[in-house]
Design a protein around this ligand. Structure first.
Ligand code: APR
Ligand code: ZN
Ligand code: ZN
Length: 367
């Protein structure tokens, strides 16, 4: 079948909307008609070459839509089901899946690194040329083919344009606070970067009961958004030394939890330097993966500070997504406030321009 899709030809080039051919789903695969796709900074890291992904390909890892067709052997979903695309495939039986950490499953690594589906082939072609998949998701297309294990069925009455947000930004941010850092009531957090991910770390810290939540950003508008999501203190890092400002806001003690949601080694180190003794720093932003961050051994041993990272909100993705939907319905999770702009799919490059200009909390394209 034919589908309009945004092709990523190579790093440094804008996405190119073309009509591609989409092959029918093979065994264990699902054809999805996308309703919405999320504009996340991670795809932009790929477009700029900071993060490698096989190309030419169709990017996009946040998506919601309706199952159009299923391949042989598929039992989890049927045509007409509403789904969220999960961008990290998991097998369900390996060590990591069995221990509630499906994002660390080797199946996800395989599909992400090859740009192919599990049988080693692809379903997209442009004028006969093979176009690769991205993370088994490829949501920047009217139609995509994903593994059955990447489809998360959701209730039909949950709005798909809100559900898409749960596919990456919300679970990654809220999960980093709740699952990875395990933020305690009454504690103090700092969040570097109040974008789509950082706002959800702020929201997760607030839900967990942190008493003081410090938002750090270089864009005043983002600090305004941060307030909506529960931040109590604000540092404009374009005007102040962020580490000194955070120390001043905590009477010199430092914070219990520091999160980095920007994607640079410098800000990971700044976040680490904000910690109190026994504090935990969680890297959530994706820096160029070959980069390193150095921290003093003194801080690790004599101050028992921890530096770790969190992938996909360290979540049990299926259960946690359902939990987040319940929280939204109960008025305990802010999603409407997060979605500050929607674009028609044809304006996807403009959507990325505006993300980089810092004009949105989170935005989506609709099909
Ligand atoms: N100090 C403080 N804030 C900064 C700095 C800095 N030096 N540089 C950028 N920022 C802020 C931006 O102003 C923006 O508000 O970081 C925020 C990044 O937000 P988004 O562009 O919305 O990106 P998001 O989708 O949230 O992703 C953030 O998480 O998953 C990763 O790959 C993703 O590395 C990216 C990070
Ligand atoms: Zn597994
Ligand atoms: Zn994302």
């Amino acid at each position: 079948m034919k589908s309009k899709a945004a092709i990523f030809w190579e790093a440094g080039k804008r996405l190119d909307i073309q009509e591609v051919d989409v092959e029918k789903p093979h065994t264990g695969e699902v054809l999805v008609k996308l309703v919405a796709a999320g504009i996340c900074h991670s795809d932009y890291h790929v477009m700029t070459g900071h993060l490698f992904a096989p190309f030419p390909s169709i990017l996009g890892h946040e998506g919601s839509g309706i199952v159009a067709e299923v391949g042989p052997g598929v039992t989890a979903v049927k045509p007409g089901d509403h789904i969220i695309v999960m961008w990290r495939l998991s097998c369900g039986i390996c060590e990591y899946c069995s221990n509630g950490r499906p994002a660390l499953c080797p199946a996800g690594t395989q599909i992400r690194s090859t740009g192919q589906l599990l049988d080693g082939t692809t379903r997209f072609k442009y004028k006969g040329q093979e176009i690769k998949h991205f993370a088994g998701a490829s949501t920047f297309s009217e139609y995509t083919v994903i593994p059955e294990g990447s489809a998360l069925k959701i209730p039909q009455d949950f709005p798909l344009e809100i559900a898409v947000l749960l596919g990456c930004g919300v679970i990654t941010g809220v999960g980093a606070a709740i699952n990875c850092a395990k933020v305690k009531p009454g504690s103090t957090s700092v969040v570097f970067g109040a974008g789509g991910i950082g706002l959800n770390i702020i929201q997760g810290s607030a839900i967990a009961g942190a008493a003081k939540i410090i938002a750090v950003d270089i864009n005043a508008k983002k600090l305004d958004y941060a307030k909506t999501f529960g931040a109590t203190h604000f540092v404009d890092a374009s005007k102040k030394n962020a580490v000194e400002a955070v120390r001043a806001l905590t009477d010199g003690r430092g914070v219990d939890y520091a999160f980095e949601a920007i994607g640079s080694p410098e800000t990971v180190r700044q976040a680490f330097d904000c910690l109190a003794k026994r504090g935990m720093c969680v890297a959530v932003g994706v820096v160029p993966l070959t980069k390193e961050v150095a921290v003093p051994i003194m801080a690790l041993v004599f101050e028992e500070k921890t530096l770790t990272g969190s992938l996909y909100g360290s979540a049990r993705i299926r259960q946690d997504t359902m939990m987040l939907m319940e929280m939204y319905k109960a008025g305990k999770l802010k999603l409407d406030e997060l979605l500050t702009r929607k674009y028609p799919f044809a304006q996807i490059n403009e959507a990325y321009d505006n993300l980089i200009k810092g004009e949105v909390a989170r935005s989506i394209v609709t099909f």
